[in-house]
Design a protein around this ligand. Structure first.
Ligand code: MOS
Length: 747
């Protein structure tokens, strides 16, 4: 966008970094996604959605559908035969929810599948799906937080695990009552959907000897493998899942989907490969989404500007059939050095598919509420919002008393202030104007996200022709994992980046950990690095004394000196404090990540966002011409992809604050705006300058690489920085997202 703001400092030169190893293939369209998979004799499937939000199927008529030329089969709960549930990921199972359609006549949410048509062509399958006649017996339902028919459930009472309990230190209620200055504020955030470019597609094929191969974009190939084996009653050894490249995951693809077994069952029944590609509208109802949430934040401080106490209470939407846990106060309890904190989360059952992890799933909503309230408190104290945050930084973890493995919040705020030019900001709301009459506002907010690690196993093979093959757990979904691995391997072995071949997301190549929670790099790289060290030891041993003593002898030269065609080494690593048995969870497809609390420390990544907004005087349209974000993610392994991650997080934060909303008509359930025309995302014209910088201090306490995590923290705090800037521009506090034009009328 045109940018005539004289306050904007000149753009910095981009930091160096190799290009993405998969960039060329992607832009040429050469990358093959699951939906591109074509196999001999392949059939096509289409789903039939429920048109009620709760109840049961009383009659299902397949006659018209079966008459369509090319239709091979219509699977319904009446004819599919028994198959097992894959369970719910957060309750010991493998799926994003415990509800698997077609196992009964039950309807749990609008848009749930009631049948799947299989035909020779996609067109025939979709035509037949539209001709299905289904009669329902509808029951009363509640599809939104506002229409929920029961009291919220206290999470600490319904989920016994300590990580879901109330977070309590000191006596926050008593300290609040004593505080000289306080705020008591309520916030609301809507349901949202991930909407990756790549729609979920599944291809299933059985070999003659009963081996099942499934290609599906997933962040968790091992859970798909084990979940499917359980559903179909076969040995996991007979299932291979391939997910080499995702066109975006963002948590939507982080476990077994409820349609996958249907495709595998159809392929087995028909003795042909079957492919299902969902439509965008079906994606809104067949995979998870970000649940709606309501927040109440109470803060107390003394007149000198010291934060004394905080109470953060969250109500989060879940489904009727599962308890999707809320952990927003995991981060808000660690933002500041507060002596009295109480975090309490409650769940609200609604008639939807089970919500799930959508990028910074709890952290974005929780930080929106908490960092907006902190801004209000700073203003109530007449303190500059950056100075207030600096004055209340935490020295140790308020909850556990443990040290942070590293914490550079101060550096993020100081460097961000300097790059942004914060000292030129005037404190009073409405005090800054652009030449064209627009109101100008500058806002700041912090983001924080746990630094987690999962167990992983790696194999590195160096061949005498100089090529290297790396197989490790992890999924490439655009975040740049392949690039981070390639850079690291090339550097460690002295080979060109192009000589490194990397197998990811293949259950036959390495056990696949769930790749989520921004732990992909910190999880996959340490075992790869260790395997390379072992490989080099092995090469030196076999190369003979003279070669081994040349300190800078290239790995491939040592290999050739030994006369072997290849050398291989393996390693496996787990998070600090994890027991040996965690490898069994990894190979069994169960969640196995640890963090943020480890035996000797707690680990988080941090970010400070500085945002300028401009508000047009007549339309009240909010623009975000520039953002400065400074992150503390430990070592930056791949500067180019790291910068893109932060830019992506900022864009998503702009979307979350100003655009994204999955609309629900409480009379009908489901999601109304289930396409990219009406689910409004930021586009290029909505994005101005995004300047990214990193503290860059390695966190060697956390792992030998020094890398914490980056993908999700990047988005945390963007939305509150935007609404804080809107307040600074207009004097109006906005406590419900997304912000609508009419919210600013009169301001
Ligand atoms: Mo991510 S929302 O942890 O897949």
């Amino acid at each position: 966008m045109a940018n005539n703001n004289t306050l904007i400092p000149p753009a910095r030169k981009p930091r160096p970094g190799i290009e993405r190893v998969d960039a060329r293939d992607k832009v040429r369209g050469a990358t093959r996604y699951a939906a591109d998979d074509v196999r001999a004799g392949m059939l096509h499937a289409a789903l039939v959605p429920s048109r009620i939000a709760r109840g049961r199927i009383v009659r299902i008529d397949t006659t018209a559908a079966l008459r369509v030329r090319g239709v091979r089969s219509v699977l319904t709960h009446e004819n599919i035969g028994g198959f097992d549930t894959g369970g719910f990921l957060m309750a010991g199972g493998f799926g994003f929810q415990s509800f698997y359609p077609l196992r009964s006549d039950q309807i749990a949410y609008r848009g749930q599948s009631v049948a799947m048509v299989v035909a020779d062509t996609l067109e025939a399958a979709r035509e037949a799906a539209a001709l299905m006649v289904v009669a329902y017996e509808a029951a009363a339902f509640a599809a939104t937080l506002g229409t929920a028919d029961a009291e919220p459930l206290a999470q600490s009472a319904v989920l016994p695990q300590p990580m879901f309990a109330d977070r309590r230190v000191g006596d926050a209620e008593a300290a609040l009552a004593r505080a000289e200055v306080g705020v008591d504020l309520r916030y609301e955030l809507p349901p949202q959907h991930q909407n990756p470019m790549e729609i979920i597609a599944t291809v299933a094929e059985w070999s003659d000897d009963g081996q099942l191969t499934v290609q599906e974009p997933t962040q968790n190939a091992e859970s798909v493998r084990h979940g499917l084996a359980r559903q179909l009653g076969i040995e996991p050894a007979r299932v291979r899942v391939l997910s080499p490249t995702l066109g975006g995951g963002f948590g939507q693809k982080n476990s077994l989907q409820s349609h996958t077994a249907l495709v595998a069952l159809a392929a087995r029944q028909l003795g042909r490969p079957v492919k299902l590609v969902m439509t965008r509208a079906q994606l809104f109802h067949n995979a998870s989404f970000r649940p709606a949430s309501r927040h109440r934040v109470r803060l107390g401080a003394d007149r000198s500007g010291r934060l004394l106490a905080a109470v953060h209470e969250i109500d989060q939407q879940t489904s009727r059939h599962d308890l999707f846990p809320s952990v927003g106060t995991e981060i808000t309890s660690r933002l500041y050095g507060v002596q009295h904190f109480l975090g309490r989360e409650r769940l609200v059952r609604t008639d939807v598919q089970t919500p799930g992890y959508m990028r910074a799933p709890f952290e974005h909503p929780a930080a929106f509420a908490f960092e907006s309230a902190i801004d209000e408190l700073a203003y109530a104290l007449d303190r500059d919002p950056v100075a207030f945050r600096l004055a209340n930084d935490a020295a140790a973890d308020p909850l556990t008393g443990k040290p942070f493995s590293s914490r550079h919040v101060r550096e993020c705020l100081m460097r961000g202030s300097e790059l942004f030019g914060w000292q030129r900001r005037t404190m009073a709301p409405g005090s800054m104007r652009a030449a064209d009459g627009s109101q100008v506002g500058w806002g700041v907010a912090l983001g924080i996200y746990k630094a987690a690690m999962a167990p992983a196993m790696a194999t590195v093979r160096l061949r005498a022709d100089g090529t290297v093959r790396v197989a490790v757990g992890g999924h490439e979904m655009g975040q740049g994992l392949r690039t981070a691995i390639a850079v690291t391997v090339a550097r460690a072995l002295g080979t060109p980046v192009a000589a490194v071949e990397i197998a990811l997301g293949d259950t036959a190549a390495a056990p696949q950990h769930l790749t989520a929670g921004s732990w992909g790099t910190a999880t996959a790289l340490p075992p790869v690095v260790e395997a390379i060290e072992r490989l080099k030891d092995d090469l030196r041993q076999h190369a003979g004394t003279a070669a081994a003593q040349a300190p800078d002898a290239a790995a491939v030269a040592l290999l050739r000196a030994s006369g072997r065609p290849f050398a291989e080494a393996q390693s496996r690593r787990r998070a600090p404090g994890q027991p040996e048995q965690v490898y069994g969870r990894l190979t069994g497809g169960l969640p196995a990540a640890a963090g943020p609390v480890y035996p000797d420390f707690v680990s988080f990544s941090f970010i400070a966002h500085f945002v300028e907004v401009r508000i047009e005087p007549t339309t009240r349209r909010i623009r975000v011409p520039r953002v400065v974000s400074v992150a503390d993610c430990g070592t930056v392994v791949s500067p180019r992809t790291a910068r893109s991650q932060v830019e992506g997080g900022v864009v998503w934060g702009i979307g979350a604050a100003l655009r994204e909303l999955s609309e629900v008509d409480p009379r009908h359930g489901g999601f109304l705006n289930a396409d990219l025309a009406e689910y409004v995302l930021p586009v290029a014209a909505d994005i101005g300058s995004i300047q990214v910088d990193f503290v860059g201090e390695p966190d060697l306490r956390f792992n030998a690489l020094g890398a914490k995590g980056l993908g999700e923290v990047a988005m945390v705090g963007v939305a509150p920085a935007i609404v804080n800037a809107v307040f600074h521009a207009t004097g109006k506090r906005l406590r419900r997202l997304p912000v609508m034009l009419e919210d600013l009328y009169g301001a």
